[in-house]
Design a binder for this molecule. Structure first.
Ligand code: COA
Length: 150
């Protein structure tokens, strides 16, 4: 599999929504992705395999800080390092935009995502009680200091 990592465009939204709906209990809708694509303070990076979107990551930017609110790899592509490559590529993009910190939240039970984040140097900085719904669950808050860790 040869992947391209590039910025999402409007024509990717349908595939992104399908991947999100398959993975998430409270999925984002097409309008949310449309807004992220057209905003000066957000971007979406996709991993593409010959026209098929294998995964995507959304970032909000408030320089020099950023937030990763949504990252998903399509079920059939998981466990092959795509999430890690997608996030590593995104970190380089953020760095080139003058961003030096990424914040995120993750469900306590989300072992694959927690492994992904710690494998790239994210550190736990706190917990939020009952942060998630459907089902209700605590969040782990994590942070990556890009300049320090790269
Ligand atoms: C989290 C997610 C994006 C990971 O994508 P992926 O392409 O499968 O991840 P990778 O193959 O790149 O693996 C990244 C790291 O996590 C580890 N990992 C991946 N899946 C794992 C699992 N099920 N259990 C334990 N570790 C796992 C890998 O071993 C790797 O660590 P390493 O580099 O130290 O070996 C994917 O599981 C997903 O889309 N989940 C549903 C959506 C979601 O939960 N998003 C995050 C919301 S906070």
């Amino acid at each position: 599999m040869a992947f391209d990592f590039r910025y999402a465009t409007e024509s990717d939204i349908e595939q992104i929504v399908a991947i999100e709906e398959e993975a998430m209990s409270n999925p984002w809708n097409a309008v949310a992705y449309q807004e992220a694509i057209s905003s000066d303070h957000a971007f979406i990076i996709v991993a593409e395999d010959s026209g098929t979107i294998a995964g995507f990551a959304v970032f909000y930017l408030t320089a020099p800080e950023s937030e990763l609110p949504d990252i998903v790899v399509s079920e059939e592509y998981r466990g092959h390092g795509i999430g890690k490559k997608l996030l590593a590529h995104s970190i380089e993009e953020l760095k080139s935009k003058g961003i030096d910190i990424i914040f995120l939240e993750v469900r306590v039970s989300n072992t694959p995502a927690r492994h992904l984040y710690t494998s790239l140097g994210f550190e736990e900085i706190g917990r939020r009680k009952y942060f998630y719904s459907n089902p209700v669950e605590d969040a782990i808050c994590m942070r990556l200091d890009i300049e320090k860790d790269r």
